[in-house]
Design a protein around this ligand. Sequence first.
Ligand SMILES: *Cc1c(COP(=O)(O)O)cnc(C)c1O
Length: 375
Amino acid sequence: MSALPFFPPDLFDHDRDLLLETVRRIGTDPAQKFILGERTAAFEAALRAETGAADVVACGSGTGALGLVLRAMDIGPGDEVVVPALGCAPLAASVVNAGATPVFADVHPWTMVVEPYEVEAAIGDETAAIMPAHMFSVMADMPTLSALADRHQVRLVEDSAVAQGGVLAGVPAGRWGDAGVYSFVQVKTFGTVGEGGAVVTDDVELAATVRMLRNHGQDGRTRFVHHLVGQNSRFDEILADYQLHRLPGLAERLERRARIADFYTERFADLADRGVQAPPPGRDGRCFYVYCLLAERRDELRHHLAQRGVGTHVYYPTPLPLQPAFAQYARGGRCWPHAELASARMLALPIYPHLTDAQVEHVADSVVAFCGGTR
Ligand SMILES: *Cc1c(COP(=O)(O)O)cnc(C)c1O
């Protein structure tokens, strides 16, 4: 079997002609409008229809979306935001960049999403918001976190950057929070051939503020009147058109990912007592952005798979509070043992939709073989 890279170089091959045609059409359109035009508006309308949200605002990136939401919620100096101890840098950086302070909460040892009781323990007088994130393939416990936000009167920001298309208890990822965010960077479930993100919300006033903030505080009607101190987090017309065309295929690509995950999880079911734990089975509240194992001998497993041509990836080798950039916020005698253990054990396997059945079997066989099993 030929090498199976973790990040496939041919993710967009199928839609290459579409992309070239889109570039030509928009590039030669007499309007010569390349950002925040009618295609961006149509893309936002399509995502509104898809999610049922009152408004969707496309912006420059998922990180941009988080920052815009925090700004629109008026979160800044003196405020604290509770974020997961395990996850990507924007979770903490967006809070710091807003002038607020991140407070890290530990995660569940198996699902790796933030633990609601750890979030609750981190809530104090200065807490303005809690910001759980869906991780790898599991959506955070949004019913509990949503009740928690209500009880403590704090805002709920849902980082759904990796879970677009996931549904928990009938509610799409992005719809649980006061606002949710999506990311369209290449590797995400609705990734594209560049950068992009979106804010999803039922709060139309918040959306209107985000809309202004993404374009230097202008209201979209009168140019050079700046109602707010905004930023540049605008959206590209070529990507809007391309994503509009790819949106109808998203459900099918996610279904293929979920079927691969089902297969892996079934094959790995009895490896737990041999040091390799598959993610929790099921479909509700799952979105297979990444399929992440927890392996006691992670680095050996990684080497074993590499020798069989299977590329893997370690998301995230270091918990956020242990990162040099965020260490100054890791105070108060808190510790994050589950995040630390997970970052030492996690290993992500290839799960992109165009893997063939034979490739999926090869990956599964290789993991099982590592644990001393046979086909
Ligand atoms: C990718 C990601 C982001 C940031 O999205 P970008 O589009 O890369 O800026 C934020 N949060 C999480 C959980 C992510 O995985």
